[in-house]
Design a protein around this ligand. Sequence first.
Ligand code: ZN
Length: 196
Amino acid sequence: MNKETALKIFRQSKALLDGHFLLTSGLHSPQYFQCAKVLQYPQYAELLCREIANHFRHDNIDLVISPAIGGIVAGQEVARLLDCRAIFAERQNNTMTLRRGFELLEGENVLAVEDVVTTGGSLSEIIELASAQNTEIKGAGFLVDRSGGKATFGCPRFAVFEMQVTTYQPEKCPLCDQKIPLIKPGSRSLNAMQGK
Ligand code: ZN
């Protein structure tokens, strides 16, 4: 999928918004991205996840594992396309844990799938969890790389889309200078932009 197609899908689904946003880090940004917004459309989820599935199609994947909550939808869709199992790990007492009777079997070929990678922390944790069960980690696939290519996992990695993150210190923000209203994601004004 080329960058323009991916961007069009993200904008159409309002997963990617342009404006002036206050990030949780306190920095300001001209863009705000919420991956769940694109995955609410199964046809877009399929288009994006097919890129991951195709990339790892010849690795005989037995199992896709994802970190909850963000990775669940993408993991399930990639597994559907690869015709294999999908499980997810959940954070419990600050540690990624398999619950609900989910199992990793020794020797299984495992693909770790996530929606958005920023530092790659959760994905690294589930790869460690899977490695500890003597599985074969075949790769890490994710929809959006916001790490600038820096997040690595000790296995082949594949990102559908690389998204640059532009941020400004509040006191040096050109959007503030232009008096563009600052929007805090989750606020009513953002919901209005998203057509809620
Ligand atoms: Zn600003």
